[in-house]
Design a binder for this molecule. Sequence first.
Ligand code: TRP
Length: 448
Amino acid sequence: MSAPRGQFSSNIGFLMAAAGSAVGLGNIWGFPTKAAGNGGAAFVVVYLLLAFMLAYPALMAELTIGRHARRNMVQALRGISTGPVSRFFANLAGFGGIVVASLILSFYAIVAGWMVAYLADPFANLFGMSGAAEWLTGNSTARNLTFTAIFSGMTMLIIAAGVEKGIERWSTLLMPSLIVLLLLLIVYVLTQPGAMTGLEVYLMPDFSHLSPELLIAAMGQAFFSLSLGVGTMLIYGSYLSRQESLPRLGALVTLIDVGIAFTAGLLILPAMYVAQEAGTQIFSETGELIAGPGLILQVLPALFDSMGTAGLFVAIAFFALMVIASLTSSISMLEVPVAFTIENLGVARRIATPLVGLVIFAISSAIIVNFDSLFGLVVSASTEYGQPLLGVALCVFAGWIWRRDQLLAELQKGHEDIKQTLFWKIWPWYVRIVCPLLILAAFIQSVI
Ligand code: TRP
């Protein structure tokens, strides 16, 4: 552990990296389709409330623990433990976080690989290579292995370059491009026939949908979207300077995440109804809006096809957006096991990255080869079980195990008058009682 630890060079760098982690396929694909299936604006409102009332406090727990410890999740939780029992749970949660982060990356890289293949497709068409184009969009094992490997390779290249030259530099470059692409696409799609119907479906609240299921869906979405539970935000917090106010930065990350999810809805739902206008089926046989892979891999490509040559460029912009969103998220997942390997096993970053990356790619490959039996299983084990349980553990560590005076001292760094703020009056109790109970309640509801 002699090598100096990486650090973000500025708060903007941290903000871009943390927002980049949060903003991913979950925002652009997950959020709009969940909103459409759960009463439109009713879901949006519930989601907004939960993001700030539940996900933000949990995010603060991770950031504060991380910046205090300046180590990965295993070391950080051990460091704030007070006895053998809490140290045992620190190890359990710490290693759990590393395993779950790796599992999430193993399926995320497959989906992101599809995005890279679909980004390559319009180029193949532009150059008249129709055979290649067909292979790119055909769902073969070879195609999936190839593009998961390409995407994993890109993720590894960034992580191997380190915190400042890899994570920070790429996030600062990619996040603004993502916003520009998203806005350009929205402007284009909203001028197409049918778009307004989609906008209505998205923004008209239907409160008859309010139910425990809606709450659970919104909570799961918020947890996934803010990259919580597995130590991603903890490790990013550990690279943050002590001059910055954590509550403010955390609130900004939450705002950007929620803002981009909401904005993505202004693209996806209108685009679906434009596709319908152009003759594509957007409802499944059971009458629900198509939300799964069919949406991104069939409905939207059919729409782009119907737009002629312009459609090629729209397709490039759209899948570039998806690749960028995925990449700033996947690097944050890979950093979790890599930081552990560097700090606990004493391996240099340039070696730790390909080592860990290849192990995760091997898991992805196993999933690809046994897609029908493994994909859904890994998704639900990691996001429906792993994430909420680890989220509870992190709140318990921040709220019950960590010494209050140390916690306060950490929060005061970069925010001296924190004791006078509403944040300090509410959050410590909140993270102690409300967060764990709410997450547990939702978890139990969703499991039974
Ligand atoms: N938040 C990202 C998204 O919305 C995905 C992500 C990145 C993530 N890091 C994570 C999800 C850690 C869970 C845990 O797509």
